[in-house]
Design a protein around this ligand. Structure first.
Ligand SMILES: Cc1cc2nc3c(=O)[nH]c(=O)nc-3n(C[C@H](O)[C@H](O)[C@H](O)COP(=O)(O)OP(=O)(O)OC[C@H]3O[C@@H](n4cnc5c(N)ncnc54)[C@H](O)[C@@H]3O)c2cc1C
Length: 595
């Protein structure tokens, strides 16, 4: 069976020992009081909720799914109570502003808690997750009146939020959208059109649902430049802020889908629904991106979180299931066979997953810590540097972590052999649930295009060069430590490959318009692997410092996993570099008719 135990020890290792976050917070305005003790208490309590309340509903939610009758969705049994436990416990408002009822804690802490929530029950996590995205867009772009009116109830979880972009004929290319917003004399708009794939578009947990909708105002500029953002409540609040008249926005159908069945994915019909502009007219994408960037980091972390559940389940199974004998002689001589964890190929699957999951956890938390720097550092230059680092790494975290999370889920399903394919064991659900993280919030191919087409060229490549300098400085900082040579040498080689690929790509893009797209996915993977190597160097250095001769415990396992990553996973970069340098010619050569 799938099992889940909150990885509090490893989260503490990353937060306290590797990143020393409370020390970093002491320099950030408004976060000075966030201590190690507070962090530990939060992690412990959130971990218990995830293990005892959310995870027991994970498989049940998949089996029951959501149902629709008369435009009303019924969620799986237990989900409404679990949502209540999440919101009433304040778990969904950790990083929200105190002025709207939030706790004003760092994003780093929020992300750590969300990893556990997603691992325990990804479908349920989507409802508050989307609300948080809507909260971010409104905080950044809505008028003071809208913020004061709507945000307190969204922060408390009394009202939820959605993000309505996709239409049947457009997902990536939103400039094609047809949903219209007709201006009214009172300053509001009437929204008409159909959105598809809307997560949480309808549910039975909250008194109201606040849709953030992209639509075009007639007569505006064509394409993406004519898209504006609107707030469209399910119920129009009355003067006291209570849900009043029903706004004509209805769930027309539930999508029948591969996974995350406990989350409603809705076709939403806007039938002249009343809405209000958020931000400037025709600048909707700017506001939506402020939400999407945050959501993209979150989705990368989601992919990882499912890999974590899969790993824990597979590790347990591999210690219990007996098949065959160890190649170096029986370890269970009294029994009929040895546990499958003795087999090198089973080890390969477990170690690969472990190295990606623990390294990936450090990577997303490190990027989240840059979010906090960008928002709270007193020095504007440091804030700007944090912003750029987040912008550069957002597509990497989204696509790389969701890719390795999904690959890991599949590898761990494989550890179960045929039982991994059978529902009751729970592994096929994890694979089905993980798969969406590679697709939504912008497909991973589109993330790769964002990286090579928009992020690498930022400031003429200076943002990427700054990142490379930081990685080089990290390698240099361990130059005098003999025990670190085995980690630093492969890290330096990886860095050299990433730099070579970057230079090659920037140069080639000037003469071959297909070059960036042709190598984008490989480049993103190369950058993800190198970013992970950076984290594994830091993890190894920390473990060496802390292990104090203990060659069997937590730190020794960290060191072994770091070694495995450097020796067995990082060399993928050589093949990736060769693919990148092969360019676009053979990729683009066939005529479309030949496919
Ligand atoms: C379960 C689920 C939940 C979702 N939740 C929401 C939600 O809450 N709100 C919402 O608005 N949307 C939501 N979506 C929509 C999701 O974000 C889109 O499906 C996704 O962004 C891809 O868009 P598309 O499906 O139209 O694919 P398309 O845009 O048609 O893409 C098809 C293929 O072409 C590739 N492609 C397209 N353009 C390019 C390009 N320029 N360069 C390279 N490759 C390209 C893509 O990578 C993909 O492989 C959800 C989808 C699902 C399945």
């Amino acid at each position: 069976m799938a099992t889940y135990a909150a990885p509090v020890r490893d989260l503490r290792f990353v937060l306290h020992e590797m990143l020393d976050v409370s020390n970093a917070f002491s320099e950030l305005e408004g976060l000075e009081a966030v201590s190690d003790d507070l962090l530990d208490a939060i992690l412990e309590e959130a971990g218990k909720l995830c293990e005892n309340v959310l995870f027991p509903l994970y498989q049940k939610g998949d089996e029951a799914g959501c149902t629709l009758a008369h435009a009303q969705v019924t969620s799986p049994p237990g989900f409404a109570d679990a949502y209540k436990a999440l919101t009433e416990g304040g778990w969904t408002a950790l990083s929200c502003a105190p002025e709207y009822g939030g706790q004003g804690l760092p994003e780093t802490v929020k992300f750590a808690v969300e990893e556990m929530i997603c691992s325990a029950n990804m479908a349920l996590s989507l409802y508050p997750g989307l609300t948080h995205g809507a909260y971010r867009a409104l905080t950044g772009y809505a008028s003071a009146a809208i913020k004061d009116f709507y945000l307190p109830k969204m922060v408390s979880g009394e009202w939820s939020g959605t993000m309505c972009l996709t239409e049947s004929h457009c997902g990536t290319d939103l400039g094609l959208m047809r949903t219209r917003a007709e201006p009214q004399d009172d300053g509001s708009f009437l929204i008409s059109g159909t959105k598809i794939f809307i997560t949480g578009g309808e549910q039975d947990f909250t008194d109201n649902i606040i849709h953030l909708v992209l639509a075009k105002i007639p007569g505006g500029p064509p394409g993406i430049r004519g898209v504006s953002l609107f707030l469209v409540p399910k119920f129009l609040p009355d003067a006291d802020g209570d849900p009043g008249a029903r706004n004509p926005v209805f769930c027309g159908a539930l999508e029948k889908k591969m996974g995350i069945k406990g989350a409603s994915t809705c076709v939403m019909n806007f039938e002249g629904a009343r809405g209000w502009l958020v931000g400037e007219q025709n600048k909707g994408m700017r506001a939506m991106f402020s939400m999407m960037n945050h959501e993209r980091l979150w989705v990368g972390m989601q992919g990882l979180s499912l890999g974590v559940t899969a790993y824990q389940s597979a590790a347990e199974y591999a210690k219990e299931r007996v098949q065959g004998r160890s190649p170096s002689g029986p370890v269970n001589a009294q029994g009929s066979a040895d546990p499958i964890i003795v087999h090198p190929d089973v080890r390969r699957m477990l170690m690969t997953t472990r190295a990606y999951m623990e390294g990936g956890r450090a990577l997303y938390l490190w990027v989240a810590s840059q979010l906090d720097r960008a928002a709270h550092h007193p020095d504007p230059q440091v804030r700007a540097a944090g912003d750029k680092r987040v912008a550069l790494l957002t597509p990497v975290v989204k696509a790389f972590l969701s890719d390795v999370g999904t690959e890991s889920a599949i590898a761990c399903q494989q550890v179960f052999g045929g039982h991994g394919y059978i529902r009751e064991w729970g592994m096929e659900q994890i694979v089905r649930d993980a798969r969406i993280t590679q697709i939504y919030e912008g497909t991973n191919g589109v993330q790769a295009m964002d990286l090579v087409g928009r992020k690498l060229p930022m400031e003429g490549g200076a943002v990427m060069r700054d990142y490379l300098d930081e990685l080089r400085a990290a390698a240099d900082s361990h130059a005098g430590t003999a025990a670190m040579v085995e980690f630093i040498a492969p890290f330096r080689s990886a860095l050299a490959r990433l730099e070579e690929a970057f230079d090659w790509l920037m140069e080639r893009a000037a003469t071959d318009p297909s070059a960036p797209g042709a190598s984008a996915t490989e480049f993103l993977r190369l950058m993800g692997l190198t970013g992970l190597a950076h984290m594994w160097v830091a993890a190894a250095a920390t473990a060496l410092e802390k292990m104090e001769g203990d060659n069997t415990g937590f730190y020794a396992a960290k060191l072994t996993t770091a070694r495995f990553f450097m020796q067995r996973l990082l060399p993928q970069g050589m093949a990736l570099l060769a693919s990148i340098r092969a360019g676009s010619e053979s990729l683009m050569a066939l005529e479309a008719e030949a496919f």
